[in-house]
Design a protein around this ligand. Structure first.
Ligand code: ADP
Ligand code: MG
Length: 487
C-alpha cells in the first residue's frame, strides 16, 4: 500500500522585505536652499524650486550625498561613486513638477546588510538591496474644509533616502528589531532624527507567505506608509492571517498595494486606478550625475563614528563590562561621553561602570531624564566615586546626601561639599570602639549567641554601631573592631 501522504501546509512562514524612507536632517532641502525643518506654518518654506515655477532648476545639496554615504557605509553597502537621478512621473496635487526626482537604475548604495539581535539572543542578518536618494512630496490635506483640499509644500523637496531590504525578514519580531536598529543607527550617524511620529522614518512592508520549508517565494502584497513599529507588526500579523485564509480556501494571492487602517488593524486594497502606475522613469536632464571622488569617499570613511556594536565590544573588552552594561553605554551618546569624561579622573573604572549602570541609571529613569539634564558633572561623580572607594564616605551617604546636595551646582567641589556637610567617615577609632562597647553591652543575649556560633548576628552589631556613628563610618572598619572585641 502506498504510504504517500498529501502534504497540506498547515504551517506557513512569513516573508517580508521593507522599503524604509528616512528623512535626512539637513538644514535645507535636497535641491534648493529652502529650510527642511518640520513643523513650520503652512507653505513657509517654498521658493521657486519647491513650487516648480517655470525655469527653476534643482541644485544638489552635497550634505545629502554625504549622509546617504554614511548610512551606506554603516549598512555595509558598496558605494556607487557615479550615480544619477531619474524622474518618476506621476500626477498629484502635492507634486507641482509632475514628477519626483529619485534614483532608479543607479542608486547611490547597494548590496549591504544589517545584523540584528532578536529577543532570544540570536543574531539575524538582513540583506540591504539598495539605498537611493529622492525628494519628498508635499502634503495634501483633505479634511480641513468641506469644499476644498489644502496643499502644504513645506515638505516638497525635503531629502529622503529609501533603504530597500532583501526579502529576508521572517517574522514581525525581526521587522521590529530591524526598524529599532535602523532608528538607532540614523540617530547615531546624525543622518536623521528617526522620529516615526513626525514621519522621519516610515516604511512600506512587502509581505507574502509560503509553506514552511518551501524555498520559493509566494506572491507579495505591499502595505504602504506604516508610521510606527507597532503598526508594522500589526500589518504583518493581519496580512499573515488574511493570506493564509485565502490560500487555505483554495484562493490565490493577487499582487497588490494595500493601505493599513490603524484604527481597525486591517489592510485594504488601494483603488486599482491608484495602483496602475506607469512612471516612465528617465534620467533627469536637469541634474548632472553625482561623482564621489576617491578622496571624498576616503574622507567620509575616515569621519565615520564607531558604531554602537563596535563601541559595545570595545567597552566589554577594555572595562570588563557585561553585554548589558556595554550596550547601555554604547547606545546612549550622552552617557557614553559622560563615562569617557569621568574616566579621566576616576581611580577604578569598574566602580564607574557600576555607578553609571546602577544607581545613576536608576536615578535618571526615576526622574525620566538623560544624564545631561542631571546637573551633576562627570568630574563631580568621579570625585564622589573615588571618595567611596577610598572609604572616605559610605556609598549610602554618598547616594542619599552628597549627590543630591551636588545636583544643580556643577561647579561645587565634591570633597569640599562632603566636608562642609560633615558627611565624611570619622577617622576616630576611639569613638568607634566606644560605640562598639555600647552596642555589645546592650545586646548581651546576641553576643552569647554569637559566641555559640551564630555568626549572623554580627550584621546586627555593625548596623547598630553605624547608627551611633550616624552612617559616617567605614563598615569594614566597624566589622574589624567588633570581631576583635568578640574574640
Ligand atoms: P519592485 O521594484 O517591484 O518594488 P523589488 O524587487 O525591488 O520590487 O522589491 C521591493 C521589495 O519587496 C523589497 O524590499 C523586496 O525585499 C520585497 N520582496 C520582493 N519579493 C518579495 C516576496 N515574495 N515576499 C515579500 N517581500 C518581497
Ligand atoms: Mg517598490
Amino acid at each position: 500500500m502506498s504510504t504517500k501522504t498529501e502534504v497540506s501546509p498547515s504551517e506557513y512562514e512569513l516573508v517580508s522585505g521593507l522599503e524604509i524612507h528616512v528623512q535626512l536632517n539637513t538644514q535645507t532641502k535636497i535641491f534648493s536652499s529652502d529650510s527642511a525643518a518640520f513643523g513650520a506654518k503652512g507653505n513657509a518654506h517654498i521658493s521657486a524650486v519647491s513650487l516648480a515655477l517655470p525655469g527653476a532648476l534643482p541644485k544638489l545639496n552635497k550634505e545629502v550625498v554625504a549622509k546617504a554615504v554614511r548610512m551606506g557605509l554603516a549598512l555595509n553597502c558598496s558605494i556607487n561613486q557615479v550615480n544619477y537621478f531619474d524622474r518618476k512621473n506621476y500626477f498629484y496635487a502635492d507634486l507641482p513638477k509632475g514628477y519626483q526626482i529619485t534614483q532608479d537604475n543607479q542608486p547611490i548604495c547597494q548590496n549591504g546588510y544589517l545584523d540584528v539581535v532578536l529577543s532570544n539572543g540570536e543574531e539575524k542578518r538582513i540583506g540591504i538591496n539598495r539605498i537611493h536618494l529622492e525628494e519628498d512630496a508635499g502634503k495634501s490635506m483633505h479634511d480641513q474644509a468641506d469644499q476644498y483640499s489644502f496643499v502644504d509644500l513645506n515638505r516638497a523637496g525635503v531629502p529622503l533616502i529609501e533603504i530597500v531590504t532583501e526579502p529576508d525578514i521572517r517574522s514581525a519580531e525581526e521587522a521590529s528589531a530591524l526598524l529599532t536598529e535602523m532608528r538607532k543607527l540614523v540617530r547615531h550617524l546624525d543622518v536623521s532624527d528617526g522620529n516615526m511620529e513626525e514621519g522621519s522614518l516610515r516604511c512600506d512592508a512587502n509581505i507574502s507567505i509560503r509553506p514552511k520549508g518551501s524555498i520559493e517565494f509566494g506572491t507579495r502584497c505591499e502595505v504602504k506608509n506604516l508610521n510606527s513599529i507597532r503598526n508594522v507588526r500589526r500589518a504583518m500579523d493581519f496580512e499573515f492571517g488574511r493570506q493564509k485564509e485565502v490560500i487555505e480556501n483554495g484562493g490565490q494571492i493577487i499582487q497588490s498595494t494595500l493601505n493599513f487602517d490603524a484604527d481597525q488593524g486591517t489592510t485594504s486594497p488601494m483603488r486599482s486606478k491608484e495602483e496602475a502606475n506607469d512612471y516612465r522613469y528617465f534620467p533627469d536632464p536637469d541634474l548632472p550625475p553625482i561623482h564621489i571622488s576617491d578622496e571624498w569617499l576616503a574622507q567620509l570613511k575616515f569621519d565615520m563614528p564607531a558604531l554602537p556594536r563596535e563601541i559595545a565590544r570595545n567597552l566589554q573588552r577594555d572595562y570588563h563590562m557585561n553585554a548589558a552594561e556595554a550596550t547601555m553605554l554604547a547606545e546612549d551618546h550622552e552617557l557614553l561621553s559622560y563615562f569617557n569624561t569621568a574616566l579621566e579622573t576616576v581611580n577604578q573604572p569598574k566602580s564607574l561602570v557600576n555607578w553609571l549602570t546602577g544607581s545613576i541609571r536608576a536615578l535618571l529613569s526615576e526622574k525620566g531624564i538623560g544624564i545631561a539634564e542631571l546637573g551633576l558633572s562627570a568630574l563631580q561623580l568621579a570625585d564622589v566615586i573615588n571618595m567611596v572607594d577610598d572609604k572616605r564616605i559610605t556609598q549610602q551617604i554618598a547616594l542619599q546626601q552628597l549627590i543630591p546636595s551636588l545636583i544643580g551646582s556643577e561647579d561645587t567641589d565634591a570633597a569640599a561639599q562632603a566636608a562642609t556637610l560633615n558627611l565624611l567617615i570619622t577617622e576616630n577609632n576611639a569613638e568607634l570602639e566606644g560605640f562598639a562597647d555600647e552596642v555589645l553591652a546592650k545586646f548581651e543575649a546576641q553576643v552569647q549567641a554569637y559566641k555559640k556560633g551564630k555568626k549572623g548576628v554580627l550584621g546586627l552589631f555593625v548596623g547598630e554601631v553605624m547608627k551611633l556613628a550616624k552612617g559616617k563610618a567605614d563598615p569594614q572598619k566597624i566589622n574589624q573592631i567588633l570581631q576583635e572585641k568578640l574574640k
